[in-house]
Write a protein that binds this ligand. Structure first.
Ligand SMILES: Cc1cc2nc3c(=O)[nH]c(=O)nc-3n(C[C@H](O)[C@H](O)[C@H](O)COP(=O)(O)O)c2cc1C
Length: 186
């Protein structure tokens, strides 16, 4: 199927924790992406899904819905906190519910933590997304929540968000063309 038009970007909010800040950060990044020409960004908030506690033998409606939303997107931004030098279980659970839908697409990261900027979470996510045959863009947004008020910290990240979106757009368009030219080899 030939796809044209703006690049469909899914901004995935990875924390489902009660009292999380991830939703604020996700909506901020969505706003940055909406301000760009050539992008069609949507928020995918994992807190809105009711996933089963155990990996099901047969996909539930919510699992299928999630995989379909991943399949519709052409590029991803993962908004992730750092939990114990990694990323949250809610995010890994969701990632594992799709496979082909992730392939041959780019991913970038908006990470945060308290003391760290979420760098440990990002390092591990790059490994996970490489296993899913994705390209992770080198530059991202990283926020140490202990260094100031969240609104101020986000304002300081405007340029970093632009750079992330530049790289994601380039790869997104390139990989769209590549997928249209021939099926991915996985
Ligand atoms: C279980 C847990 C473990 C955490 N471990 C780390 C950590 O290793 N490094 C860090 O910088 N912050 C750590 N934090 C702080 C979180 O990054 C911070 O609370 C952040 O707000 C969590 O994101 P959320 O509010 O969107 O869930 C941890 C928080 C929790 C709840």
């Amino acid at each position: 199927m030939m796809v044209a038009g703006p690049l469909r970007v899914a901004v995935i909010v990875g924390s489902t924790r009660e009292g999380r800040v991830g939703d604020r950060i996700g909506h901020w990044f969505l706003g940055q992406a909406k301000g760009r020409e050539g992008l069609d960004p949507v928020l995918v908030d994992l807190a809105e899904f009711e996933f089963p506690a155990s990996y099901p033998g047969r996909a539930t409606g919510q699992v299928t819905e999630f995989a379909e939303r991943i399949g519709r997107a052409e590029a991803f931004v993962i908004v992730t906190p750092e939990y114990n030098h990694s990323f949250p279980a809610s995010l890994k659970q969701a990632i594992d519910y799709a496979y082909d839908e992730w392939q041959a697409k780019p991913v970038g990261f908006v990470s945060y933590g308290a003391r760290s900027t979420g760098v440990h979470a990002v390092i591990q996510l790059r490994t996970v997304f490489t296993a899913l045959h994705m390209v992770s863009v080198p530059d991202g947004v990283g926020i140490d929540l202990l260094t100031g008020d969240l609104d101020e910290l986000l304002t300081r990240q405007t340029r970093a968000a632009e750079v992330l979106l530049d790289q994601l757009s380039w790869w997104g368009r390139g990989l769209r063309a590549a997928r249209q030219a021939s099926p991915y080899v996985a």
